[in-house]
Design a protein around this ligand. Structure first.
Ligand code: SF4
Length: 377
């Protein structure tokens, strides 16, 4: 059987190498991408003024899009849109658009275009092998890495719905376990065609220390988000199994190294789990752990899903007490993430693809850490 899979035209490294091999001008990369973005359903090989050999290359080795939006769900308030994207190998992942413009709360219909400050949460893998205990994606197991082109295509799909300013790698998967594709995708997103600012890109990790160090060199100025979730090694190892390989003391040392001479922000993500990590003693432990460091703590209300039943969400009183201790006792900048998209399972910790359906995916839903960096900078 012939494998008809072809490279994504947004797989920049492969595209550049193939053009080099033909001694073709790389200027065709940007002109082709701009043409595709400006003309929905256009084919790359139809880009005006392409030499014949480039046109032939595009039609034989590449696909204009290797993925499509299988389903789109809009939250009732119109602020969140979840896209279930199907790839040419049959696997699917989810991307979530979060709108933060001031009129968002007034909207009660379908998606709008032109929102001023939309954030896109992209997936870097299908499933995940890290097994964080509160995470719906972790229950899927690992199904596969996405290519750089497949990651960029999530931005292409989202850009056809609304204008995207921020991209966060907090969807399905551990980005550092697909490091080279993630780095390549960020370079493309921040290049001359898409023109996103590196300051508006955030890469999340459970704490893969060697890749945190590498990221600083490879993508200076992107923001880093650490899925911390516990203030001590013992508790963290229970919630985030990867902590057994990457202990908290070494992780904090890696964060310190990342911050030296860097203009980027480090976010500490902390999902609030009732009677597990939300006590005042935990807040003091966090305060002491992070004291004096230029980090932002992001407290995330836990989103219960039917695939991860073992935890309950902390009450708002506990969350606010926790925040108060960090801010007032330790002077640590601390935000409480807005809960958005719960009605479509597009909120943090809810991304989970167990099947393809035309119905809203609740309760078998999606995984994620949603962040609008614009709100807290
Ligand atoms: S929280 Fe992130 S790293 Fe952990 S299992 Fe879920 S997707 Fe993987």
């Amino acid at each position: 059987m012939v494998d008809e899979r072809r490279y994504s035209i947004f797989d920049e490294k492969i595209l550049r190498d193939e053009l080099d091999a033909l001694h073709a001008n790389p200027v065709h990369i940007d002109s082709t991408w701009r043409f595709i973005l400006a003309h929905k359903n256009a084919e790359a090989y139809d880009t005006p003024d392409l030499p014949l050999r480039v046109r032939t290359l595009f039609s034989t080795k590449f696909k204009t899009m290797t993925s499509y939006v299988h389903t789109q769900h809009d939250s009732l308030d119109g602020r969140t849109t979840k896209l279930l994207i199907k790839f040419q190998n049959g696997l699917s992942a989810e991307a979530v658009i979060i709108r933060h413009d001031s009129s968002a709360g007034k909207y009660a219909g379908g998606p709008r275009t032109g929102a001023a400050r939309a954030t896109l949460c992209v997936s870097s893998q299908v499933g995940c092998k890290m097994g964080c205990t509160f995470c719906a994606t972790g229950t899927m197991g690992f199904k596969g890495n996405l290519s750089a082109g497949e990651i960029v295509e999530q931005l292409v799909h989202a850009s056809q719905i609304t204008s995207i300013r921020n991209v966060v790698f907090m969807g399905m998967g551990e980005p550092m376990n697909n490091y080279f594709a993630v780095v390549q995708a960020v370079k493309t997103m921040t290049g001359r065609c898409f023109q996103l600012s590196r300051k508006h890109i955030t890469v999340s990790t459970v704490g893969i220390i060697p890749k945190i160090i590498a990221l600083k060199a490879d993508l200076p100025d992107v923001s880093l988000a650490i899925s911390l979730h516990a203030p001590t090694q013992e508790l963290r190892a229970e919630i985030v199994p990867a902590a057994r390989s990457f202990p908290l003391s070494k992780l904090i040392a890696a964060v310190d190294a990342y911050l030296v001479g860097s203009k980027s922000t480090v976010f500490m993500e902390y999902v609030m789990l009732a009677a597990v990590n939300d006590g005042q003693e935990h807040a003091h432990q966090m305060g002491k752990l992070l004291n004096g460091r230029k980090v932002v703590v992001n407290l995330i209300p836990y989103n219960p899903t039917t695939v991860t039943m073992q935890f309950k969400a902390s009450g708002s009183t506990e969350v606010l007490k926790f925040q108060k201790i960090l801010k007032e006792v330790y002077g640590i900048r601390t935000t409480v993430r807005q809960e958005m998209g719960q009605d479509i399972d597009g909120a943090c910790g809810q991304l989970h693809v167990s099947h393809l359906s035309n119905k809203p995916s609740r309760p078998n839903s999606t995984v994620l850490d949603i962040e609008d960096l614009g709100l807290i900078k």
